[in-house]
Ligand binder design. Structure first.
Ligand SMILES: [Zn+2]
Length: 427
């Protein structure tokens, strides 16, 4: 850790920059970067990296590169406007250990806006909370990394090693944005992802599979409904079967050790549905999306086969589906889980930084039943990836919010971590 004087100076610099940090976070939240529309948020990040004096690399996510990588997930939409942006600090004579800081600017849909108390892309601040879609998950985290670096500069120093700040898209559906940065050669001796983690270090995360199931029925007039086949109602037994599989995976004896303390680690959620054409016609079609969690150290293909078998088995017991089996499509995440391993040296430094920032409070660790982009460096590049960020509430829900004071603490912790991990050079 930097000595007491320098530590104080760095934390003062965080405070001195903090209004600007919050203002810039709000500006980023105002860009409604739902899937396919992230480009203006990425423009803003590219401008900010340049203004802060970093080298900027802005490049398109290339589906061909993704297709040939073991960590790639299916590309189901056009990537014509899917950009990755990396801001790099490269000292003339690097002496320390390098670092990648990663975050995503893509956000999930808002849902019905009338169910929000405030407009989702108007980042109002009330008390300790900044509201808005993406305020917590995780535009505030992307900005915190940038301002942790800004605090070092304000204290008269910069890291003594290369630092790459990645601003990516596609985190919420495939991870292909973060993967594009790794595939382009961005790597570090450590990786820090500033997802909202309630100021805890993520010890493990699940993997995720996105499955689409397409069911076809026989449409007839509802007056003779018994002669048709209802594609929507035919889905119900398939859902039950999938939840049966979920129950098995969550039994104590089947839990991954990293999740032994978690009550229900693996969630199977039927999360989107479409089907039917007319209220007085027996529906001819239905398709539904399922998000499936899986444990680390399990191959994605293993779970895909179990899911296929499960759907096939449920269909065999159904009078109509037995002869008209549903079709399965993999249209997003095909992602392994990840356990933070072999990174105790970096974790110890983060722990110390966290303690210095927080009056000696211990750094807690917890396993996450969702996923982050940490798996890419962790699984495919041999670099342990830490996930550590601010306290947020209602992410993916209504009135998503991030705690401002938590953000200030996290920014200080990250600045101290960079100072120790990379070392510092005077400006
Ligand atoms: Zn996130």
């Amino acid at each position: 850790m930097p000595d007491a004087d320098l530590t104080a100076k760095i934390l003062e610099a965080v405070d001195a920059n903090f209004d600007a940090q919050i203002k810039f976070t709000q500006e980023l939240v105002r860009r409604p970067s739902i899937r396919g529309q992230e480009a203006t948020a990425q423009d803003l990040m590219a401008e900010a990296f340049a203004e802060h004096g970093y080298e900027v690399d802005r490049f398109k996510v290339d589906p061909e590169v993704i297709k040939n990588h073991p960590g790639g997930s299916p590309v189901a939409i056009s990537y014509d406007n899917a950009w990755s942006v990396v801001g790099s600090w490269r000292p003339n004579n690097p002496t320390g250990r390098s670092l990648v800081m990663n975050g995503h600017v893509d956000v999930v849909p808002t849902g019905p806006e009338d169910m929000w108390a405030r407009p989702p892309f108007d980042p109002v601040i009330e008390g300790d909370w900044m509201y808005g879609r993406g305020a917590g998950d995780m535009k505030s985290g992307v900005v915190a990394s940038l301002y942790a670096m800004a605090a070092l500069r304000r204290s008269g120093h910069m890291p003594a090693a290369t630092v790459h700040m990645e601003s990516v898209v596609e985190e919420e559906c495939t991870g292909n944005g973060a993967l594009s940065c790794l595939a382009r050669g961005y790597r570090g001796d450590a990786v820090l992802i500033t997802e909202p983690s309630d100021e805890r270090l993520m010890s493990a995360q699940v993997g995720v599979i996105w499955m689409k199931v397409k069911v076809r029925g026989v449409p007839v007039h509802v007056s003779v409904a018994g002669t048709g086949q209802n594609a929507i109602e035919a889905c119900v037994p398939i859902w039950s079967a999938l939840h049966g599989l979920e129950e098995t995976w969550n039994r104590a004896e089947n839990k991954h050790p990293a999740f032994s303390e978690v009550a229900h680690p693996v969630n199977v959620v039927v999360s989107r549905i479409e089907g039917g054409d007319w209220t007085s016609s027996v529906p001819a079609w239905c398709s539904f999306d399922v998000r499936v969690g899986l444990y680390p150290d399990v191959k994605v293909e293993t779970i895909q086969r179990q899911l296929e078998d499960c759907v096939a088995e449920a269909s065999r017991g159904h009078p109509f589906l037995s002869n008209n089996p549903p079709e399965i499509e993999w249209h997003g995440f095909l992602s392994e889980g990840y356990v933070f391993r072999d990174g105790e040296e970096m974790a110890l430094i983060l722990e110390t930084a966290h303690k210095v920032q927080n009056g000696d409070a211990e750094l807690g660790r917890s396993a996450f039943t969702g996923l982050t982009d940490a798996r890419f460096p962790g699984l495919y590049d041999g670099t342990p990836a830490m996930v550590y960020g601010a306290k947020a509430e209602s992410i993916h829900g209504f009135d998503e919010r991030v705690s401002i004071e938590s953000l200030r603490r996290v920014t200080g912790t990250i600045a101290l971590f960079i100072a120790d991990w990379c070392g510092l050079q005077s400006l």
